[in-house]
Write a protein that binds this ligand. Structure first.
Ligand SMILES: *Cc1c(COP(=O)(O)O)cnc(C)c1O
Length: 403
């Protein structure tokens, strides 16, 4: 028997019944509960110091209903492509939007400038292109500088700072660029500093945020200008696996308050924001698939479902992990029953990679029962190879309400 992650505390039998009702049409599918999203935002707001805004990184879950719900709850949306810009413009036309990401095409830069979106510049070359496009359009562009910090977020699943990087402009080259942006008449919006993702170590997150505030202060001093906004990044992770910690947002918020109280004079009138994707939406979602076959093979039981890694690549262990571990998983149709057998739960793709639960202890499930894989609200539907093997994408349903 192998362990699996802890089922997120919001998911009880009553909520699972509501998710099953929403999915009665067909499996496999995703169900997202906005009540959980609302709860998470409220928890974070209560923990953050006053005046620190929350941004939602749309790439975690770009479903229009999720974007619209988050836009009403948070202070800004972060996008990473013109495709996401189009989604945001229709789902949340009045949102404050910023656009980060290396390799922005001229057409994307133009669309963003026309839409009044803040571009988080990833290189001096991109700055030159943005200034030239803005001058051709006759618009003062909103430009922020993404900084490649001289540190990374310790213990994060994905490091995005500290060394050479495709992301951001090396901290030591930022001040001259800021001065140039201001001289050319651009609307300089401030700094964007993102040091990593999927961190569970609250102490490391707090230390990184303090270092980020300090770095922003130093850069502002060097540039001789106060940034209107400092986007401090985020990187808060969620506990996917057995024994994973939960980020203590009350602790992190209090430490951020201390860091802001001690900030440099160069930041005295700046506003601050953190940007989060998975922490806001990851736990609101379940991925539901139905048992199509129950079979024995050399002493082991396999539950073969109509879902799989084409919708939940990360849960199968094939997206950025070295050792495969089990996501939280349950028999949704027998949610209240105690475990009675050890099974392997697999998808319908003809590859041995397509595992949803490896040697997990479950109540007995038969053909027709529904399996729930949790933590499916972020990087599930949009970060999985839905075209692989021709099964097609999974429908996505929303339950609950954000307001
Ligand atoms: C992906 C990304 C995020 C969101 O990361 P999460 O781990 O989902 O919170 C935030 N900011 C930037 C710049 C990103 O690239």
């Amino acid at each position: 028997m192998k362990p699996f992650g802890t089922i997120p505390p919001w998911w009880d039998a009553a909520r699972m019944d509501r998710a099953l009702a929403a999915s009665s049409v067909a499996t496999p599918c995703f169900v997202y509960d906005l009540d959980i999203v609302r709860d998470k935002v409220a928890t974070l707001r209560a923990a953050l110091p006053p005046g620190v805004g929350i941004h939602y990184a749309v790439k975690a879950n770009p479903l229009p209903g999720i974007i619209a719900a988050l836009a009403a709850l948070v202070d800004g949306l972060d996008i990473a492509s013109a495709g996401e810009l189009a989604l945001v413009e229709s789902a949340a036309p009045h949102a404050h939007v910023s656009f980060a990401g290396p390799g922005k095409r001229d057409s994307e830069i133009e669309a963003a400038i026309r839409a009044g979106v803040t571009l988080n510049l990833e290189s001096e070359g991109e700055a030159d292109r943005a200034l030239a496009i803005a001058s051709r359009l006759g618009i003062a562009p909103k430009l922020a500088v993404r900084v490649n910090p001289d540190f990374s977020l310790k213990g994060s699943g994905m490091k995005m700072g500290g060394g050479a990087a495709a992301f951001g402009i090396d901290a030591e080259r930022v001040a001259p660029l800021v001065r140039r942006l201001i001289q050319t008449g651009a609307d300089w919006r401030g700094f964007h500093i993102f040091a990593g993702s999927q961190a569970l170590d609250s102490e490391a997150i707090a230390a990184t945020q303090a270092a980020t505030v300090e770095l922003a202060g130093r850069l502002a001093e060097e540039a001789g200008a106060t940034p209107p906004l400092v986007n401090l990044g985020g990187g808060f992770g969620i506990p996917y696996f057995a024994n994973d910690a939960t980020v203590d947002v009350t602790f992190v918020g209090a430490r951020l308050g201390d860091a802001l109280a001690a900030r440099a004079d160069s930041l005295k009138t700046s506003r601050f924001a953190i940007e989060l994707g998975r922490w806001l939406v990851g736990e609101c979602g379940v991925y539901l698939s139905r048992v199509i076959d129950r079979k024995e093979s050399r002493g082991e039981t396999f539950l073969v479902t109509d879902g799989g890694l084409h919708h939940q690549l990360a849960a199968s262990g094939n997206f950025g992990t070295v050792v495969r571990r089990n996501y939280p998983i349950a028999v949704a149709t027998r949610f209240a029953e105690p475990p009675s057998e050890i099974v392997n739960i697999v998808g319908c793709l003809c590859t041995p990679l397509d595992k949803l639960g490896d040697s997990v202890s479950m109540p007995r499930a038969d053909v027709g029962d529904v399996i729930a894989v949790f933590m499916a609200g972020a990087y599930g539907a949009s970060a999985s190879p839905a075209a692989f093997l021709g099964h097609g994408p999974a429908p996505e349903h929303i339950i609950g309400a954000a307001d």
